[in-house]
Design a protein around this ligand. Structure first.
Ligand code: ADP
Ligand code: 5GP
Length: 191
């Protein structure tokens, strides 16, 4: 059971739009923010650390956690790749008096916004175009051709979710996008 204590920032975008980069910037800028580490059934990337980037678990373990209602939301974002927000993560962060920041897919973001309402700011990160999104994903060098294709084919639909969010940050020039996100978060924390 989640006790409603702190505020939440929900950051969503198609994969490659720059949400991880912007979330990291916000975490540095606002010491009262803590990252909600999701559970996932995908394999860790080379530069990722268990417990920091994700809790990596098998599909079977993931399904057990669904049954025991340990998630506030979960999605099969790509076939056989499950991602979910653990209720325990949010409770731990709020019990420290911190605010939570989520990096989740667009559907998960909408569920979290519906769950936390006024207590949450739902921020959509929009890339300048799908071509730029592809360039960024390729330049990141973390995806196989297959994984890249899955992400790109999903991105077009994900971009249509923008209007379901409270606000948008256009991530063209990174420093401007970070400043804009910062300003929006400051305003949200003030009310
Ligand atoms: P996401 O978390 O949405 O998948 P990332 O934050 O990993 O996206 O960004 C994807 C790639 O694009 C990374 O290599 C990142 O360094 C780069 N990137 C992010 N924002 C910009 C930007 N404004 N201009 C150029 N490259 C960017
Ligand atoms: P990646 O594999 O690139 O780390 O993440 C793929 C997608 O899953 C991203 O859009 C990311 O935001 C999303 N994601 C990460 N954690 C969660 C989560 O807990 N729930 C949901 N619904 N999506 C998540």
């Amino acid at each position: 059971m989640i006790s409603k204590k702190g505020k939440c920032l929900i950051v969503c975008a198609p994969s490659g739009a720059g949400k991880t980069t912007i979330v990291r910037h916000l975490l540095k800028k606002f010491p009262s923010l803590s990252f909600s580490v999701s559970a996932t059934s995908r394999e860790p990337r080379k530069n990722e650390t268990p417990g920091i980037h994700y809790h990596y678990i098998s599909v079977e373990e993931f399904k057990k956690k669904i049954e025991s209602e340990e998630f506030v939301e979960w999605e099969e974002v790509y076939t056989d790749q499950f991602y979910g927000t653990l209720k325990s993560e949010i409770d731990t962060i709020w019990s420290k008096g911190h605010h939570v920041i989520f990096d989740v897919d667009v559907e998960g973001g909408v569920t979290l916004k519906n769950t936390f309402g006024e207590n949450a700011l739902a921020l959509f990160v929009r890339p300048p175009s799908l071509d730029v999104l592809e360039e960024r994903l390729r330049a990141r060098g973390t995806e196989s051709e297959e994984s890249l294709a899955k992400r790109l084919s999903k991105a077009e639909k994900e971009l249509t979710y923008e209007l379901k969010f409270d606000t948008t940050v256009i991530n063209d020039e990174l420093s401007l996008a970070c400043k804009d996100a910062e300003k929006k978060v400051e305003q949200f924390f003030r009310v």
